[in-house]
Design a protein around this ligand. Structure first.
Ligand SMILES: C[S@@+](CC[C@H](N)C(=O)[O-])C[C@H]1O[C@@H](n2cnc3c(N)ncnc32)[C@H](O)[C@@H]1O
Length: 487
């Protein structure tokens, strides 16, 4: 076979893996994919045809999942989320529904759902909890069923719980039968629809941690829609620390308690279009340092939406995008009433455009009109609950009202939703220092310093409070120096 044909087969294999299992592989994985394709026991064309067929064999999908998924997991992973589960989500859902259905989607070798079973047991709530867990990788499920674990899997587990729930057996530890019996495992593919399983409103609490990060954006969006559909209104969704719903779903509100972020399903679902036709999630592009303000304003007015998460389709072409240049220029010159006048003069159909609402909220907060800024943020969050810019402006409002803890919550929410958002990091670092948390402050400020160097000019213009990049960098260094860090 010639090299071109072989490369095309691997490319096709990669596309089919995304389609069938949701998994995304970058260029570095092409050699691995070629090896796995050749290890499937048959000629490449037949395997590809099987995968592309209307009903790909389960055995083939299971084999591919076993070969290609990342299965790292351990007991008591991310303790902050587990506390939110045990102390808030579980009691709250039990109060609402009595019997609570909990799902661990992508459970790997069972450590996650077994941890949830132990927690339910520890807080005396196990009688009202049904625990389901699935994974596409049958080798991992077989391990979960066996219940034998190494000490490595228990590295985050409090020692007294290890003694309480495990029995030493040779090199390994066997999990207590009570806990093993508490979880119903099954082999299931998160990338597949199955109306029998994904029944509307079925689950109260879903853990889908460290799974979507391996999915293509379109498949992650489809999987979240599937999960949202099968969750009860008010139910809780936990993702991995490195994952957010930003750009994937408008069906959840962001929650922040116990030092962690998670989501609560809204009462009504939106029917988001498939990602292919959704509004693109703009990425911040580094810009050359200190371009002319006029040029920055022009650019910002075209890219003011960099912090939006919306999965809604772009506004219909009947209306052109609002022209925000005049308002932005007035904001930059700190002529706030004039900026608000320009915003007010926009065509009425632009009034609830997210870019317009964000610009209005920023202008109002800078003008000191906190209550009205909050109103604009509330309108913005009603449209897009995961809008990082709205959380940032709310943080400013809280800070102006002297509510430092509340402000910190929103700054951290903004950075969680938009990890590259330099100003949110800088403000969080500043507040953490004032709140007497020097280590956390240093982490945020160091990151802010790195991010500010390449921060998008549109974000600096909107959120920099009128200060240019150099002044913000100097502020960041001064804050670090006050902590005793490098000047
Ligand atoms: C990194 S582990 C995460 C385990 C656990 N949720 C945690 O956070 O510790 C990811 C798991 O997702 C599973 N997975 C990947 N793609 C899947 C799919 N399409 N359907 C079901 N499970 C999948 C993998 O087999 C793997 O066990």
């Amino acid at each position: 076979m010639n090299a071109l044909a072989a490369t095309q087969e691997v490319a096709r294999f990669r596309a089919l893996l995304a389609d069938r299992l949701g998994l995304a592989f970058d260029e570095h994985k092409l050699a691995t994919l070629a090896r796995v394709l050749d290890s499937c026991g048959g000629d490449r064309q037949r395997i590809l045809a099987d995968l592309a067929g209307s009903a790909p064999p389960d055995s083939l999908l299971a084999r591919l999942a076993s070969e290609l998924t990342v299965t790292e997991t351990y007991f008591y992973r991310s303790g902050d989320q587990l506390r939110a589960f045990a102390e808030l989500a579980l009691p709250q859902r039990q109060q609402v529904r009595g019997q609570v259905q909990v799902l661990s989607a992508g459970c790997a070798s069972g450590e996650e759902p077994y941890t949830l079973a132990m927690l339910a047991r520890s807080c005396g709530r196990e009688a009202g909890v049904a625990l389901y867990a699935f994974d596409a990788n049958p080798a991992m499920l077989a391990r979960a069923e066996r219940g034998h674990y190494s000490t490595w899997a228990m590295r985050e587990m409090p020692p007294d719980l290890r003694t309480a729930w495990f029995r030493h057996e040779g090199e390994q530890y066997l999990l207590a039968q009570d806990i093993r019996r508490a979880v119903h495992f099954e082999q299931r593919n998160l990338a597949l629809d199955d109306p029998q399983f994904w029944q509307p409103g079925r689950f109260d609490i879903v853990f889908c941690r460290n799974v979507l990060m391996y999915f293509t954006p379109a498949q992650a969006q489809a999987a979240v829609a599937r999960i949202a559909h099968a969750m009860a209104p008010g139910g809780y969704l936990f993702l991995g620390h490195a994952e957010t719903l930003r750009g994937l779903s408008n069906d959840f509100n962001l929650c922040h308690t116990h030092g962690t972020f998670y989501y609560q399903r809204k009462d009504q679902l939106e029917h988001a279009p498939p990602l292919a036709v959704a509004a693109p999630v703009a990425r911040a592009q580094p810009v050359a340092p200190d371009p002319m303000w006029a040029e920055q304003i022009g650019r910002a007015s075209r890219r003011i939406d960099v912090l939006a998460s919306s999965t809604r389709p772009a506004a219909p072409a009947v209306h052109s995008a609002p022209d925000l240049q005049l308002a932005l220029a007035s904001l930059h010159e700190e002529r706030f009433s004039q900026a608000l006048e320009h915003i007010g003069n926009l065509a009425p159909h632009h009034a609830d455009d997210p870019d317009v609402l964000l610009l209005k909220a920023v202008t109002l907060v800078q003008a000191g009109a906190v209550a009205k800024a909050r109103e604009a943020c509330a309108q913005l969050l009603a449209r897009d609950a995961l809008h990082a810019g709205a959380h940032y402006v709310l943080a400013l409002c809280e800070e102006m009202a002297g509510e430092l803890e509340g402000a910190l919550d929103h700054y951290q929410g903004a950075s969680y939703l938009a990890p590259g958002f330099a100003m949110a990091r800088l403000q969080a670092g500043r507040l953490l220092r004032r709140l007497g948390q020097p280590e956390a402050a240093r982490r945020e400020l160091e990151l802010a310093g790195q991010l500010l160097e390449g921060e998008d000019a549109a974000r600096l213009l909107l959120f920099g409070g009128g200060f240019p990049r150099a002044a913000l960098l100097a502020l960041c260094r001064a804050e670090l120096a006050a902590l005793g860090g490098a000047p």
